[in-house]
Design a protein around this ligand. Structure first.
Ligand SMILES: Cc1cc2nc3c(=O)[nH]c(=O)nc-3n(C[C@H](O)[C@H](O)[C@H](O)COP(=O)(O)OP(=O)(O)OC[C@H]3O[C@@H](n4cnc5c(N)ncnc54)[C@H](O)[C@@H]3O)c2cc1C
Length: 264
């Protein structure tokens, strides 16, 4: 690890100032510190977001749930509010990684990092959520831009994520035994009047929506409708863990399971 300095401001205005001056935001460190230890990244100054109360908290705002960027996975998974208002989201959070990752990892860090196999981006995209930042509000459809790339600009911080509440939703994944990341994950969300949104993680260059599954499930929200959709494997990842054809197969199977789960 290269030498660095660490700041821990309490007020969001001071956090912003430190980040604008070139400081690298540090959330739970689950990705950032590991990459620094491996010398894959070097930052002279870290800005720890952990003392900033304005970045924490989970609250209901009308028909939406607003989750502060520094909400840890364990906190979201155990929150009575999330479990009652958006059980699929609590379920997703409670199954991320292992205990340590869930105690330290944050929703803001996960979404900003945009790992192509991360769980949260699928929930954000399938929910049609809004990413709230220190500068603006960004629709999920515009936020995720491929491999570890987002619409965030230099010095821009995620402050919270606003999730509209679906009528029914569920997340299903096949977990890699070694890393605990999903080999493929599928999040389905059904909204009153707005049809069904389906987001896939782990299968491509980044999280993406599946138009075929969305059309079929908007027409008939049943596992049979999902089973009838042909999943094209072109453009999907092929690596030592799975071929593109296997990932395509998993998308179909996990979509059926997610719909079954959402239907209760
Ligand atoms: C062993 C292991 C298993 C894991 N398994 C899973 C899994 O099953 N599913 C899953 O989804 N994830 C998994 N993860 C990832 C984990 O859930 C974390 O969310 C992820 O590593 C990000 O960590 P963090 O929140 O601590 O952010 P950090 O590592 O602190 O930061 C990550 C990046 O985001 C930036 N950042 C952080 N907060 C903000 C903010 N508010 N605004 C702007 N930029 C910000 C940082 O500068 C950095 O670039 C796993 C991680 C590990 C180590």
């Amino acid at each position: 690890m290269y030498a660095f300095t660490l700041e821990r401001p309490q007020a969001l205005a001071d956090v912003q100032k430190a980040v604008a001056a070139g400081g690298k935001p540090l959330a739970g460190g689950q990705t950032l510190l590991a990459s620094m230890k491996l010398r894959l990244s070097a930052h002279e100054q870290l800005v720890d977001l952990g003392a900033c109360a304005e970045l924490r908290g989970i609250r209901r705002e009308g028909d939406a749930l607003v989750i502060g960027a520094m909400a840890r996975h364990a906190e979201v998974g155990a929150s009575d509010l999330v479990r009652s208002a958006y059980p699929a989201l609590a379920d997703l959070a409670s199954r991320i990684g292992d205990r340590q990752v869930r105690q330290m990892g944050t929703i803001g860090g996960s979404v900003a990092n945009n790992d192509p196999a991360a769980c949260y981006p699928s929930a954000v995209l399938a929910s049609g959520a809004t990413v709230q930042t220190t500068k603006r509000e960004i629709a999920a459809d515009d936020f995720f831009q491929g491999l570890f790339t987002t619409a965030l600009e230099e010095g821009e911080l995620i402050t919270a994520i606003r999730f509209p509440l679906p009528q029914q939703a569920a997340y299903e994944k096949l977990r890699q035994k070694a890393s605990h990341f999903p080999l493929v994950g599928v999040f389905v969300a059904r909204f009153a009047g707005n049809g069904v949104r389906v987001a896939i993680t782990g299968a491509g260059n980044g999280v993406f929506r599946h138009a075929g599954l969305e059309a079929a499930l908007s027409n008939s929200f049943t596992p049979e409708a999902a089973a009838g959709v042909a999943i094209d494997d072109s453009g999907l990842n092929s690596d030592l863990h799975a071929t593109a054809a296997y990932r395509a197969h998993l998308i179909g199977v996990l979509a059926q399971r997610a719909v079954t789960k959402a239907l209760g």
